[in-house]
Design a protein around this ligand. Sequence first.
Ligand SMILES: [Zn+2]
Length: 102
Amino acid sequence: MNVFSVEGVAVERCSSCSGIWFDARELSQLLEQDARQVASLRRGRDNQQLEGKKGFCPRDGSELLRVYSSINQSVIIDACADCRGIWLDGGEFEKLFSARQL
Ligand SMILES: [Zn+2]
């Protein structure tokens, strides 16, 4: 995982699958930002091979739950019930970001 900072928020990105981990509230915080500020998060490709693969929370090791995002129901996100962190696969931030502007 590579840690980098976007608008004062530290986010972690997996170097092999380009998925991004957000701690609770970080995702909604970043979705409110100007498009240019979060450009680095919007890159990334869907990785079909990871489809259906179960993930675990990098914080507490709990199994992540696959749920429909309240922002864009066509996007399935992986959420941790314990710490409320959210895992987005590559390209999913872009989908949520576009949806919030509708
Ligand atoms: Zn967790």
